[in-house]
Ligand binder design. Structure first.
Ligand SMILES: [Zn+2]
Length: 473
């Protein structure tokens, strides 16, 4: 069993490398990562931390009790009152009131984000600092806002685990502190909430971070660096022209033509981009009336590539497509790179132990092999700097971002998974807080992977050369 787990771990490390070029560049790095993983004896940690522990049982029982008596109801309530990013007023109020009732000191509005909050348990002291991230934004839909990603349950799950663990530390006079971070607007940018919070120092001093998220099979990431959905640059291109009558358009400059050219120019260089690039946008402003030459238009793009190094080249193609569009139409363009999502780091010492806990607490629809490496949050700004784990117990048969997944949040399917997430999260926080040697192993793995990530970026820079284009003779 041990050997099997280790073999599965080491063989899935490569999953984050999605292109042949990346795999080639990563070869040495992955060899070293394999050595690092073997040296950590992750299966040994799983065995040791899966052993019976009556003190931990008290903590997980408390988390389950909070879910069963109050927090599943709160999850239903938030699901039925979806609020999109950065205006999650009602949801935040529910979570904050509950934290205050359970001895947390709460600051609402941090890092210039009115819907972000930090809640510290009053009765705790010192390190290790245990952080719980909760999100609460709904998806923007054409019919209505909806919780098709079940962020509605994240708050209640995180609160159950945080309260149960904080109470334990106080009761046992054990060192350690619980902090809950309310992070708004995960599904939209700008602003990139977690990055802004990170830059403002909100997460400073945390030793470990956890979060839960809806999935259609119980899973954990392989160790390494990566992201769920490629590295992303969010960029808005705004064109300004000059208005005039439709009958005398030569008196104006047409910004709609410019934005149409932008899309056509991008298509003209797609064959010069590596095929894994994902460049799609929408026109968010296209003019106001057919009889007035549009003097202002805008397009919003998510530009994606598996790694950030080649992404910079893709980005240059798209920026130049916009500049060319403006030049050829006599308009002007403003380029606003309003947000970037990057690789995070996942560690097996947390992932495998958390996965064992989820199975122990009755998670269903188990994915046996680890998934691709990815951070516990999507921006990478926190998950590439502080170790942590995203809990992903099965909570729906439907894919993410669907109305069906929202429906499941209100039924036994969702409820059962949310309780598993809360119990497993509480258990892992307990393990981390009460075993100094385990904390050291997590730190060693995290820092080892972090160093290798730097090495990997350097290797990629060497392979992504651009051709020399001579001046025409
Ligand atoms: Zn989500």
């Amino acid at each position: 069993m041990r050997l099997f787990v280790l073999a599965a771990l080491v063989s899935t490390i490569a999953l984050a490398q999605e292109t042949p070029t990346e795999r080639e560049a990563a070869r040495e790095v992955l060899k070293k990562m394999g050595d690092l993983e073997r040296s950590l004896d992750v299966p040994g940690w799983v065995t040791r931390l899966s052993a019976a522990n009556p003190a931990r049982d008290q903590v997980t029982t408390r988390a389950k009790q909070l879910m069963d008596t109050e927090l599943l109801a709160m999850s239903d309530d938030i699901t039925k009152h979806p609020e999109v990013g950065f205006v999650e007023k009602r949801s935040v109020q529910l979570l904050v009131d509950y934290l205050k009732r359970h001895s947390f000191e709460v600051t609402v509005g941090v890092a210039s984000l009115p819907m972000a909050f930090v809640a510290r348990y009053k009765g705790n002291n010192g390190a290790p600092n245990l952080g719980v991230i909760v999100e609460y934004d709904a998806l923007r839909g054409t019919q209505r806002a909806f919780h098709g990603d079940q962020h509605s349950a994240q708050g209640p799950v995180g609160l159950a685990a945080a309260i149960a663990m904080a109470e334990y530390l106080e009761r046992a006079h054990a060192p350690g502190s619980l902090v809950v971070f309310g992070t708004p607007g995960e599904e939209m940018m700008p602003p990139v909430a977690k990055t802004d919070m990170f830059k403002a120092g909100i997460f400073n001093g945390m030793d470990v971070m956890v979060r839960s998220h809806a999935v259609s099979s119980t899973s954990r990431p392989a160790p390494g660096f990566g992201t769920c959905c490629l590295n992303i640059d969010g960029v808005k291109y705004t064109f300004s022209g000059a208005p005039s009558h439709q009958m005398t358009p030569w008196n104006g400059r047409n910004a709609l033509e410019a934005v149409i050219h932008l899309f056509n120019n991008i298509d003209s260089v797609r064959s010069s981009m590596r095929p894994e690039a994902r460049v799609q946008g929408v026109i968010t402003e296209g003019g106001a009336a057919p009889n007035v030459v549009p003097d202002r238009t805008a397009a919003d793009f998510y530009i994606r590539y598996p790694d950030a190094v080649y992404l910079a080249q893709v980005r240059e193609f798209v920026d130049n497509a916009a500049r060319a569009a403006a030049l050829s139409t006599g308009t002007k363009v403003k380029i606003d790179n309003y947000g970037n999502l990057r690789d995070g780091i996942s560690v097996a010492t947390l992932g495998e132990v958390g996965f064992a806990h989820m199975k122990h607490f009755g998670a269903t629809h188990i994915a046996d092999a680890p998934g691709k490496p990815q951070g516990y949050e999507e921006t990478g700004s926190v998950s590439s700097v502080i170790p942590g784990l995203g809990f992903a117990a099965y909570t729906s048969s439907a894919p993410n971002h669907t109305y069906e997944m929202e429906e499941d949040a209100l039924t036994e399917v969702g409820h059962q998974g949310f309780v598993v997430d809360a119990e497993a999260m509480a258990a892992l926080l307990f393990d981390f807080a009460t075993h100094a040697d385990y904390r050291a192993a997590v730190k060693r793995e995290f820092e080892g992977i972090q160093a290798l990530f730097g090495e990997y970026q350097e290797a990629l820079k060497k392979v992504y050369t651009a051709p020399r284009v001579p001046d025409p003779q």
